[in-house]
Design a protein around this ligand. Structure first.
Ligand code: ZN
Length: 187
């Protein structure tokens, strides 16, 4: 962190340099390396939510059909703090490039840990295509070709996001970020 910025944060928000150091290193050493392994995270969580909602509707209907009224459970499920479906990404030493194992409570995408970052993302997009085929699209047969088609559409959209859309979210400088936080967030 820039010296002028850390002095301003320390003065304006009454935070010690020790606290600033702690948060800076926690982010760069713990959170940042973990973020790097959350490939296609927006896409993963969006598909995960959609399958989760589908399972939840089915599950609650089953309870209703049996005359069970689990008010508390209904609230937990509706808030999505309890999930009926999760997608897990698991790096492994595989002979294959990637594969997905479907479980009643979710899917685990195993991907070859030795591939380059760019190809890992493509492989995971392809596996997500299989999940979309199996869980979300009605009247479709899962196939390698449609999983590839999904991967193409998803990666093309990501590409457009990185090259076009996300320029709107970029701040011109670190001082600009700080000023935006001061103007936006409560203190
Ligand atoms: Zn496949």
């Amino acid at each position: 962190m820039d010296h002028i910025i850390s002095r301003k944060i320390s003065n304006d928000w009454n935070l010690s340099s020790k606290a600033i150091e702690q948060y800076t290193s926690f982010f760069s050493e713990v959170i940042k390396p973990a973020i790097k392994t959350k490939y296609l995270s927006h896409l993963v969580t969006t598909i995960e939510d959609m399958v989760n909602d589908k399972r939840m509707t089915k599950f609650l209907k089953k309870l209703d059909d049996n005359g069970i009224e689990p008010d508390k459970l209904r609230g937990f499920l509706a808030s999505r703090t309890i999930r009926l479906y999760s997608i897990i990404l698991e790096p492994v030493n595989l002979k294959r490039r990637a594969t997905t194992r479907h479980h009643p409570s979710g899917a685990i995408i195993y991907y070859n840990a030795h591939y380059d970052e760019k190809y890992k993302r493509i492989l995971i997009a392809h596996e997500l295509g299989h999940i979309v085929n199996k869980e979300l699209l009605e009247n479709t047969k899962d196939s390698e070709e449609t999983a590839n088609l999904f991967a193409y559409i998803a990666m093309d959209d990501k590409n457009k996001f990185y090259t076009e859309e996300c320029t709107n979210y970029v701040s011109k400088s670190d001082i600009q970020i700080l000023n935006d936080i001061i103007n936006t967030c409560p203190t």
